[in-house]
Ligand binder design. Structure first.
Ligand code: 5GP
Length: 121
């Protein structure tokens, strides 16, 4: 499988500082910021700083350091957001996953009971 990265996608522009964001946490390999249209009291997006289109692209091609940095960001976001009662992590991927922004991002949603994982049917 080939992954074609579009450097003009909105999260690439956020990483270049061309578009502002409300940063929650940042390290050498990842940036976390509030979603512009939150769907829960906690709705944070965590993105790698490298040019990865999707979760499977990142899992296949990111270095061990990049993957460790990303996972540290997940832990720090959960700590900062205070989601002790639980949360949901979602990585929408391509057409069937209804991914809108083609730069890998993990949604961290919490702050309330989120309901069923998927609509029935
Ligand atoms: P996807 O459907 O690709 O999984 O989710 C993309 C997410 O990015 C959506 O939840 C959307 O609200 C968020 N988003 C889109 N554009 C921006 C933006 O410019 N800034 C921020 N903070 N979030 C954005």
């Amino acid at each position: 499988m080939t992954f074609d990265y579009d450097p003009q996608n909105i999260f690439a522009r956020i990483l270049r500082g061309e578009i502002p964001n409300k940063t929650v946490y940042e390290n050498d390999h990842a940036l976390a910021f509030h979603d512009i249209a939150p769907q829960a009291p906690v709705h944070v997006l965590i993105i790698p700083k490298g040019a990865y289109v999707s979760f499977d692209h990142f899992a296949r091609d990111a270095s061990a350091e990049e993957q460790a940095g990303f996972m540290l960001a997940v832990a720090e976001v959960c700590r900062i957001a205070g989601v002790e009662d639980g949360f949901r992590a979602i990585a929408n991927t391509r057409k069937h996953g209804v991914q809108d922004v083609p730069h890998f991002h993990l949604h961290i949603l919490g702050g309330r009971v989120l309901g069923p994982m998927l609509p029935r049917g």
